[in-house]
Each structure stands twice: as C-alpha cells, then as structure tokens.
Design a protein around this ligand. Structure first.
Ligand SMILES: [Zn+2]
Length: 226
C-alpha cells in the first residue's frame, strides 16, 4: 500500500522528456533517434507508425500553406459553375451556395458547408502560417502548444475534398439538363485539394521537433540512460 520512502522520485530531466515518443496506438514508450531521409520509425509491439523523417516535408510546408491560401482565395472569389438553361445563365460561388442553402430553410446544412469548406480549412491554414512564419526566422511563436492542439482538433473538420466530389457529381448530373460551364473556382478547388493533401501529410506534432535547439536529438552520454 505505502510507497518506499528511501527511493526519491526519479523524474527524467526535461531534455530526456523531449526525446521520448509514445505510440499513439498502444502507449509503448520509445526514445527518439535520428532517422535518414525517407525512413520511418514503427512501434515494435503493434507496428503502428511512431514518426517519420520530416525535414524535407517541413521545408516544403510554408510554401505549401501560402499556395493553399492563394488557391483558397481564388476558389472563394470566382464562380464554381455557370449554368446555361435555355439562354438563362446562372453562376454561383461557394459563399453564394451557402447563402442559397440558408435562404432555402436549410440553415443546418448551410452551417455545415460553411464550417467544413470555409471556416475550418481557413483556420487551419492561418494557424499554420502563424506558426511557420516565426519558425522560419528561428523564433518561438507565442502560444505554440495551444495552436498545435488547435490544428489537430480543426483538421478532421476540413472536408474540401468531400465537397469537391459532391460538386463533380452534381455537375455531371446537371449536364444532362443544362449546359454546365466549369468556373475558375472549380479548377482552383481541384488544385487546392492536391495542395491540401500534401500539406496534411505533415503531422503538426512534428513541429515541436523543429523548435528544439540543434543537437537535442543526439544520443545522450551513457550515464544518462535508464
Ligand atoms: Zn504500438
């Protein structure tokens, strides 16, 4: 029942804590070691991926986020599709579609479309920018850990690719009834899906790794090992 009193609690020093990595599938603890480019570390117990060598992906991340922001701006400014039904032309933007849903008494659907295609993807891109711009200048962004958590919580709600599939299915179906002309936003949405896929392949937790001072990854002297 009682803990032995003569053994003081042995908390690992903070530097050692930084090197620990837990398997998110089975909670096994490992000590992080440096990997060669393209390598990944997997859990010995369950085979789950622990982390991968992401230096090249990290260097690409800020240009990808800026590209995604530009494509997002274009996608929301220009019409997605134009429809020509017996000489009557109509066109809509993403925001126009949200407002049309709201006007048709489908406020909940309008909110879902707004959240999953505008609000959450934009929040994630802005949070990424907020972290990556100071980090590129070797500065620590204020509130780093809260923003990383925010990115991880926002990520599952960004569903631009689901919206894209929906639009494509609708365009194909409508093309039997009216002349459908793909708008600029349809192409930029397509490009945005590809850029976002590349951006989302980077685990935001790996950003911790690039905040650490150089040399933090090196193997400690033998006396430090448990
Ligand atoms: Zn595991």
């Amino acid at each position: 029942m009682t803990a032995p009193r003569d053994t003081p609690p042995t908390a690992p020093p903070p530097a050692a804590l930084h090197r620990l990595v837990a398997c998110e599938y089975c909670d096994a603890l490992y000590e992080r070691t440096a990997l060669a480019p393209g390598e990944r570390a997997t859990c010995l117990r369950c085979g789950g991926m622990l982390y991968r060598e992401s230096t090249r992906a990290y260097r690409r991340l800020l240009p990808l986020v800026v590209t995604a922001l530009i494509l997002f701006l274009v996608s929301n400014t220009y019409p997605i599709v134009e429809m020509d039904l017996k000489g009557v032309r109509t066109e809509t933007t993403l925001w126009g579609a949200v407002m049309a849903l709201h006007a048709d008494q489908m406020t909940l659907v309008a909110l879902l479309v707004f959240g999953t295609t505008i609000l959450f993807p934009l929040s994630e891109m802005l949070m990424m920018c907020y972290l990556l711009v100071p980090m590129a200048r070797h500065r620590m962004p204020a509130g780093f850990e809260r923003i990383v958590r925010g990115i991880r919580q926002t990520r599952p709600w960004g569903m631009i690719e689901v919206f894209m599939i929906g639009v494509l299915v609708t365009v194909v179906k409508l093309s039997t009834m009216a002349q459908v002309i793909p708008g600029v936003a349809l192409w930029s949405f397509g490009a945005l899906v590809v850029v976002l896929a590349a951006m989302l392949s980077f685990d935001p937790r790996d950003l911790w790794h690039y905040l650490e001072p150089p040399g933090a990854d090196e193997v400690p002297p033998a006396g430090d090992a448990r």
